[in-house]
Ligand binder design. Structure first.
Ligand code: ATP
Ligand code: MG
Length: 412
């Protein structure tokens, strides 16, 4: 048991000593059983939020309205939530209100899937009224209660189900699957940020499985782009007789779990035009940084086969687009066109990056002061000279010395 888990049990113990019920619950119980790493321990308790706050020296009222208090204990943070059922739902979004209850079983009943509806007590007893353990052993994603009703309450559960099926390589139970098909259009009501978070977890897991499930459940259009913005049927741009969505998944599986790279692969596989790519990225409300990493990568991809690049072109590309974009684009190229030599490509990029003379203006061996001292007048002329020096150094990497550059300035 690591210290993270030990502290979680301490939180449980503190609650119990004060006379409340408390359990580890949800994802951490599931992942412990699967021997997967646990990143967050959730605790469910009969104590009300105020009672939780009173028991621990350091707490943050993260979601008081929903009964959640974050307890800071040792190095860790633990979400402690009062047993509750969800009140009325508005439009398949979050519940408008919650009702605190005093029974664990009622709390477990509001959870999405049987594998997420188990609680563990300190004495090692598993509380599993919905047979989550059996489903965990059988590898099945099954809604708690009536799947139609549960997806109607909160359509995000549809994507969570597909995401768990992807991450755990589980199948989706038949009735749950039918309910997904039936309720899929409700995903249109879910905040794009919440959709994006689930999609990113799928993309970082096994994209081929995720894309296949998203297509079979007819939910892909609510993730990648909502209708009628574009037709998800792409014809066979790669001439391989294989659907490009399938290629997208298979290729993305091969890449390290890096969002910009996996996005780059999927968008390249689909051969979308730039305007459509922009639409997809802004529709998913990606952060500016992520969008820019993806666009940079795709710009380098457009430069064609890196095997044809000359030395100076490599240096110019590094300078203009940055090391990460070039690394991602070369890896993308290798995965799509030259998988047997992928390792060589990675070495090639690393070696060239290590020899790159300059990455930005600041890396030039002379600065603005030097140029003024050399007689270049203040103003736009300095900028022009700098650009000439940059190009000169990219063509002659060994020339990035103060002496050589000052001499070059004189020639200019
Ligand atoms: P992960 O942390 O890997 O995303 P998780 O199952 O722990 O998976 P969380 O979002 O951390 O997911 O939620 C913790 C628990 O809260 C879940 O295991 C589940 O019991 C419950 N839960 C979360 N979201 C929902 C939801 N939309 N509907 C019903 N129950 C939910
Ligand atoms: Mg979790």
């Amino acid at each position: 048991m690591d210290s993270f888990e030990r502290e979680a049990w301490k939180v449980v113990e503190t609650l119990e000593s004060a006379g409340y019920e408390a359990y580890l619950v949800g994802g951490c119980v599931r992942d412990r059983h699967l021997q997967r790493p646990v990143y967050d321990y959730d605790i469910t308790t009969s104590a009300l939020p105020d009672e939780v706050i009173a028991l621990f020296p350091q707490t943050v009222p993260t979601g008081i309205k929903h009964g959640t208090v974050t307890v800071l204990m040792g190095e860790g943070q633990y979400e402690v939530t009062t047993f509750r059922t969800d009140g009325e739902y508005e439009d398949g979004r979050r519940p408008a209100s919650v009702i605190f209850v005093r029974s664990l079983t009622e709390d477990l009943a509001r959870r999405d899937f049987t594998i997420n509806a188990m609680a563990l007590s300190r004495d090692g007893r598993l509380h599993d009224p919905f047979s989550g353990l059996r489903d965990l052993q059988d590898g099945v994603i099954c809604a708690v209660g009536d799947p139609l009703k549960r997806f109607e309450e909160d359509a995000l559960r549809i994507l969570r189900g597909i995401r768990f099926a992807t991450q755990l390589k589980f199948t989706i139970e038949e009735k749950t699957f039918s309910a997904i098909l039936y309720e899929a259009q409700e995903l249109g009501k879910i905040a794009r940020e919440r959709v994006r978070e689930e999609w990113h977890k799928m993309l970082l897991s096994t994209p081929s499985v995720a894309l296949d499930l998203l297509r079979r459940t007819e939910t892909l259009r609510y993730v990648i782009s909502r209708p009628p913005s574009f037709d998800l049927q792409v014809n066979d741009p790669w001439g391989r007789g294989v659907d490009p969505w399938q290629l997208a998944g298979e290729w993305a599986d091969q890449a390290p779990a890096d969002l910009p790279l996996r996005y780059g692969i999927v968008l390249t596989a689909l051969c979308l035009e730039e305007a459509r790519i922009d639409k997809v990225l802004s529709d998913l409300k990606l952060s500016g940084a992520l969008k820019s990493d993806i666009r940079r990568t795709l710009r380098v991809v457009k430069l064609g086969n890196p095997a044809d690049w000359r030395d100076t072109f490599w240096r110019q590309t590094f300078y203009q687009h940055g090391q990460d974009a070039v690394r991602r684009a070369c890896l993308l190229y290798a995965i799509l066109h030259d998988p047997e030599h992928r390792a060589e490509w990675e070495t090639e990029v690393a070696t060239r990056a290590a020899r790159q003379p300059i990455w930005s203006l600041q890396d030039l061996a002379v600065n603005g002061q030097d140029l003024l001292a050399a007689g270049i007048p203040e103003g736009p002329e300095i900028g022009r000279v700098n650009q000439r020096l940059v190009q000169w150094v990219l063509q002659n990497p060994e020339a990035n010395t103060r002496e050589d550059l000052l001499q070059k300035v004189q020639e200019l």
